[in-house]
Design a protein around this ligand. Structure first.
Ligand SMILES: *Cc1c(COP(=O)(O)O)cnc(C)c1O
Length: 394
C-alpha cells in the first residue's frame, strides 16, 4: 500500500522517451525529478492559530465543551444552514462514529451493515460500539452503498441488523433521502461516515460524521464532528462523547470520552478561517486532473470527482490488476501513490472473521483504484508530470 521512499539517484536518465502529453522538456528531464508525495497536508500556521490560543490562556478552559469548541460548533452549524439540532465536535471521526452508533441505540451484538470499500476506521468504530461489521458491496458508478440493495440484503439476513453505516467515498456527495426512507420503513438507524466529506456533508436528521484529521480537506491535526438536525439526538450525542453524562455526573448511556480539546478547536477555527482559499486550491487541482486524465486511454477518475465538490485526495481507476505495476512505474519517477482503501476492509486481518455478502465491485475497485499525488500547493506542471508518467506506464 504505502510506498517506501526510494532513492532518487539516476532515475531521471532511465526515463523512457515515450510519447508525452506535451513536448518533452529536455532540460527538466536531465535533472533528478523532484519527489511528488501522494499527500502533503498544510494546516494553519502557528501565527494563524495564536490568537485562538491566547483566548485559551485567558479563559483557562481547556476541554469539556469550552468557549472555542462551542464557537466551532456554532460556526459549523451555521455553515451547514442548520436550524434544528446542530454540531457536536469529537476527538476524531472514528470516535464520532462510535458515539453516533451508541447515541442511536444500535443494539450491541447486532450486525452493522457497511461497505467493505472504506477506510478501516468505519469497521473499527462499529466494533467499538459493540456491533459486528457486515460487509456489503458498493455500486460501481458511485463507489457507495445502494439503498435498494441494502434493503434486499436486510430482508434475507438471518441475524439482527442493528445499524447501517453509509460511507461517502473520498468525500463524494451522498443522497440522504433514500436512507431516511429506509430508516422509516425498517426502523434501523443509519449513520453516515462523511469523514472526508467536509465540503459535501449537509444538515439532516441522520447523523453525518466528518473528520478534521490533517489528511482531510479541513484539518485540525486530529478532530471531527457529528452534524444532526435532530435536537434530541444531538443531546444524546454530547452525552455519548462525554462518559454518558446528561444533566448530572451519573452515567446514563453507554459512552466514551470523545471530546475535542480547546487546542484542537483553535486549530480547527484557524482552518475554517482559511476554508474558501483551501477549497479553491483543491478544486483547482481537481480541474487539472480532470483535464489531463480525460486525455488518457484506459485511465479514469473516481465517479463525479471534482464535479463541484472538493476533496483532499485524487483516486484514479486503472485497468483491473494494473495498479501495482503502475504504482511501481510512477515510484521510479519519484511519484508517490497510495491505494487509500487497499482492497477493502474484508481482506484486512482484523476483519477477516466479519460476515459479508458477495463483493465483486469492491474486489474490482481494490484491484484498479490508485491514489495519485494531491496536496494544496501542487502545481499544474506536477499534475502534468503525473499524467505523463501514467501515459508511459499504460
Ligand atoms: C479518515 C477517515 C476516517 C477516520 O477519521 P479520523 O478522524 O482519522 O478518525 C473514517 N472513515 C473514513 C471513510 C475516512 O476517510
Amino acid at each position: 500500500m504505502s510506498s517506501r521512499p526510494l532513492p532518487l539517484t539516476a532515475q531521471a536518465g532511465r526515463m523512457p522517451p515515450a510519447a508525452t502529453l506535451r513536448p518533452p522538456r529536455r532540460a527538466a528531464r536531465a535533472e533528478t525529478p523532484e519527489p511528488l508525495p501522494v499527500m502533503r497536508p498544510r494546516l494553519p500556521s502557528a501565527a494563524e492559530i495564536l490568537p485562538y490560543l491566547q483566548t485559551i490562556d485567558e479563559a483557562r478552559w481547556y476541554s469539556n465543551y469550552g468557549p472555542l469548541v462551542t464557537r466551532l460548533e456554532q460556526q459549523l452549524a451555521r455553515r451547514l444552514g442548520m436550524t434544528a439540532g446542530g454540531v457536536v465536535t469529537t476527538a476524531n471521526a472514528t470516535a464520532g462514529l462510535t458515539a453516533a452508533l451508541l447515541a442511536r441505540r444500535a443494539p450491541a451484538g447486532s450486525f452493522c451493515l457497511m461497505p467493505s470499500w472504506t477506510f478501516a476506521a468505519t469497521a473499527h468504530a462499529a466494533r467499538a460500539a459493540g456491533l459486528i461489521p457486515w460487509f456489503h458491496d458498493v455500486l460501481r458508478n458511485t463507489w457507495a452503498l445502494d439503498p435498494a440493495a441494502v434493503r434486499e440484503t436486510m430482508k434475507r439476513l438471518a441475524g439482527k441488523v442493528g445499524a447501517v453505516i453509509v460511507v461517502s467515498p473520498f468525500g463524494a456527495p451522498l443522497e440522504i433521502a433514500p436512507w431516511r426512507d429506509l430508516e422509516k420503513q425498517t426502523g434501523i438507524p443509519v449513520v453516515v461516515d462523511a469523514a472526508a466529506a467536509f465540503d459535501t456533508a449537509g444538515a439532516a436528521p441522520i447523523p453525518q460524521v466528518v473528520s478534521l484529521h490533517a489528511t482531510k480537506i479541513l484539518g485540525a491535526g486530529e478532530g471531527g464532528f457529528v452534524a444532526t438536525a435532530d435536537p434530541e439526538l444531538r443531546l444524546r450525542l454530547v452525552a455519548c462523547c462525554n462518559f454518558g453524562f446528561l444533566a448530572t455526573r451519573s452515567a446514563m448511556l453507554p459512552a466514551l470520552n470523545a471530546k475535542m480539546s480547546e487546542y484542537h478547536a483553535a486549530a480547527a477555527l484557524a482552518s475554517l478561517d482559511a476554508w474558501p482559499a483551501t477549497r479553491a486550491l483543491h478544486l483547482r487541482i481537481a480541474g487539472w486532473y480532470r483535464q489531463t486524465i480525460a486525455r488518457l486511454a484506459g485511465v479514469s477518475l473516481q465517479p463525479g470527482y471534482g464535479d463541484g465538490w472538493a476533496t483532499s485526495t485524487t483516486s484514479i481507476i486503472l485497468p483491473r490488476g494494473a495498479s501495482e505495476r503502475v504504482s511501481r512505474h510512477l515510484r521510479k519517477r519519484a511519484i508517490d501513490t497510495r491505494a487509500w482503501w487497499g482492497q477493502g476492509c474484508h481482506v484486512q486481518p482484523a476483519f477477516a472473521d466479519c460476515p459479508r455478502g458477495p463483493l465483486p465491485v469492491t474486489e474490482e475497485l481494490g484491484a484498479s483504484v490508485l491514489g495519485v499525488p494531491h496536496f494544496p500547493d501542487m502545481r499544474e506542471r506536477d499534475v502534468d508530470r503525473v499524467a505523463e508518467a501514467l501515459m508511459n506506464a499504460m
